[in-house]
Design a binder for this molecule. Sequence first.
Ligand code: NDP
Length: 267
Amino acid sequence: MIEEEQLGNITAVQTQKNVFSLEGKLALITGGGSGIGFDIAQCMIRAGARVVITGRREYALKESISLLGSAAQYVVNDVTELNSLEGLVEHIETQIGPIDILVNNAGINMKKPALDVSDEDFQKIVHTNLNSVFALTRVCARRMINRQSGSILMISSMAAYYGIDRVVAYAASKSGVEGMVKVLASEFSKYNVRVNAIAPGFIETAMMRTAMNSDPDRMNKALGRTPMAKFGKPDDIGWAAVFLASEAAKYITGASLPVDGGNSIGF
Ligand code: NDP
């Protein structure tokens, strides 16, 4: 028989706030019109957040909004246009609300042997995946620090963990992101702003299909060292993002969480 005191505890537990909830939060998700970014948006909305997604292709953003519903809005923005980022954040904060969560998801890849990668190739990847991530983070972080509250997420990659051939610029950019997470977490912690990364393994999206479809050896190698023996789904990253952005992760900062079916520890 359950004692009265125990029943009281159960009721107290049931009425407590759900620490995984993002109720009342606004998230800015770059590259939210497709792939992993879309699923991060969807999972955050399911956790109670409102989201703003960005990207270069308006038709993709419009289509995504129609699927995500009224908790989602979009702004067309190219993150590589660094001068546009202050205006982007100003627009969102004045028209929609303060950004509680920034997800630096937009990214591009390029598969080429290192000796064929030109300086322009290298700069293009690093500019999108690293320079723009820092620039947008700086704009958002200034405001989060003023409010003494915020959570910043970077989408890193297994390419920052070990040597995958033919992605030298991509790996350099994601390794830069991993370094940035540690420094920013260290600098921003005293302002109650957390900074973390998610390192996806091989996730079924357009980017992964482009890298894998013409390269069965690479596909088999990736699967062969993944203990779960399957590729991830974009919502695997989405739910990890919800967790890291939520109160449940309030003591986690400066971390890089592999979401990879064990790929990073597979033999
Ligand atoms: P996709 O190519 O499917 O999506 C990338 C998104 O980024 C698109 O919505 C694209 O929109 C947007 N984007 C690209 N360039 C820009 C830009 N200059 N400005 C604004 N938005 C931009 O890739 P994924 O979903 O697979 O990748 C998402 C993130 O996850 C990337 O950072 C990637 O490196 C990372 N990742 C993915 C893995 C995977 O297996 N899929 C593994 C490890 C990491 P638009 O074209 O409209 O601008």
